[in-house]
Design a protein around this ligand. Structure first.
Ligand code: HEC
Length: 121
């Protein structure tokens, strides 16, 4: 009888530990999602600060951003948005790595590229 009670206690403890670790795991997942974009990140502001100089004028052959500029982006998007974002992160030809936004995370850069493509549609 004593053994059964001990076993029940143990099972209970185990269930609690399981629950606790599930919560801990979920907590980490949430944190990870929040960490994807930098704190206070704003795609338009970052675009204006880091990318506008080249991408508004098309300097050095940069694809232009702005209303009616979708033709600048369509051929580039043919390889898929992920590849276009990778080029923004790593740089391509005269496009500098990270578009010179050195405090931008990869997710920030993806959000800026999406902003650029969206505003050019
Ligand atoms: C010094 C000028 C310059 C700055 C600053 C700049 N770019 Fe560019 N960017 C270019 C040029 C030039 C190209 C065209 C490269 C090519 O395809 O030869 C380009 C291309 C791109 C492309 C298209 C990549 C592809 O796969 O075709 C993306 C996306 C891009 N830039 C994003 C950004 C972002 C985001 C920023 C700011 C964080 C930025 N750029 C800042 C010059 C610049």
């Amino acid at each position: 009888m004593l053994n059964v009670i001990e076993n029940l206690k143990l099972t209970h403890k185990f269930a609690l530990i399981l629950m606790a670790s599930t919560f801990a795991f979920n907590g980490n997942a949430d944190e990870k999602q929040l960490a994807q974009l930098s704190e206070g990140f704003n795609a338009e502001q970052k675009y204006m600060a880091s990318c506008f100089a080249c991408h508004s004028t098309g300097a050095a052959g940069a694809p232009k951003v702005g209303a009616g500029m979708s033709a600048e982006w369509e051929p580039r998007l043919e390889k898929g948005l992920d590849a276009v974002v990778q080029n923004a992160i790593n740089g391509v030809n005269t496009m500098p790595a990270k578009g010179l936004c050195f405090d931008c995370s990869d997710e920030d850069l993806r959000a800026i590229v999406e902003y650029m493509v969206d505003t050019s549609s």
